[in-house]
Design a protein around this ligand. Sequence first.
Ligand code: PLP
Length: 397
Amino acid sequence: MLQTIAAFDRIGEENAFAVLARATALAQSGKDIVNLGIGQPDFRTPEHIVEAAIKALRDGHHGYTPATGLLATREAVVRRTLATTGIEVSPETVMIMPGGKPTMFAAILMFGEPGAEILYPDPGFPIYRSMIEFTGARPVPVPIREENGFAFSAEETLALITPRTRLLILNSPANPTGGVTPRGEIEKLVRGLEAHPHVAILSDEIYDVMTYDGEKHCSLLTFPEIRERLIVLNGWSKTWAMTGWRMGWSIWPNAPEGGRLYDKVRKLAVNCWSCVNAPSQFAGIAAIDGPQDEVEKMMRAFDRRRTIVVEGLNGLPGISCITPKGAFYAFPNVSKTGWQAKKLANALLDDAGVALIGGPDFGVLGEGYLRLSYANSEENILRAIERIGDFLEKNAN
Ligand code: PLP
């Protein structure tokens, strides 16, 4: 990898942050804005988690921790992983990270270089492509299609692998689509990957427990055949409403081959962020080990809002929306409105006071779609739907 100023020029953006800034500026100027743009729970971090951080500071936990994270926090992740996947990982493979994104950054940096190819979902979280481009590797989009319920297609994914492919990025439940890839499809994918031992896998499972309708998340960790080339990204941001705490974790391959990767990411931490702040790591333990009733309450609220969003959108002219199975996003198809998605997103913010994200901000296959985050109250969601409907009636294209 050659990092020059030119490489920095290839770094992209996450437009959700730009939309949030614009929406906030408009709101501050007195405009009534309903914000369905940003991907973070609108709930407060549960009180016992906040208290654990305060107690940690009062107890004097304000210094450096090991670069890989406190053993107690890593052990909490081990317990949580066992509970959600049935798989026991070693704390020596767990890395506590300052959020979910740094795992993406580290994994893509490890495998990306000019001449390499990295497969990533399109539409997908925009940072994947941005980081791939930063490394000089060729980004190869894996199409994520509405007709598949926005799940990965094993066949289509495998067909894109070449001898130059170094890394395959998977994300389920997914941002921006809410798609959940069923276990059967992941099994097919893993079986196919056995013919491509040169391909490492980054599985972004940050929305792992955010599924609906009895849908079960399938962790890539449950496939021992790929364990030695698998990196799992996860974190506290979404599940426990902790986006601003900057708390994530990743699970790296076992030694010996994997031990080297783990050591590399540890060194990256030493050189870059030293460690995640200590009180947050104590909060992270409380989040995992403490009562989950607030998480369950949040998920019940998301589920109700999901129904409201989907029914509301499907009642609007030119819009159709499949029911998302996970995360807290709806990804309606707006192609029949006659509007280009980004133009529509901009117009809805400026003229209707609804902040949401145009599908093309998540990749070229996002054209014709909008992303709505339903991390907002039922009342606000209903207001947003009404405003979008009024806007479309007055501005038929
Ligand atoms: N991965 C996906 C799919 C996401 O949607 C997000 C945040 O929106 C992240 C990772 C990053 O999470 P964090 O805020 O913990 O860095």
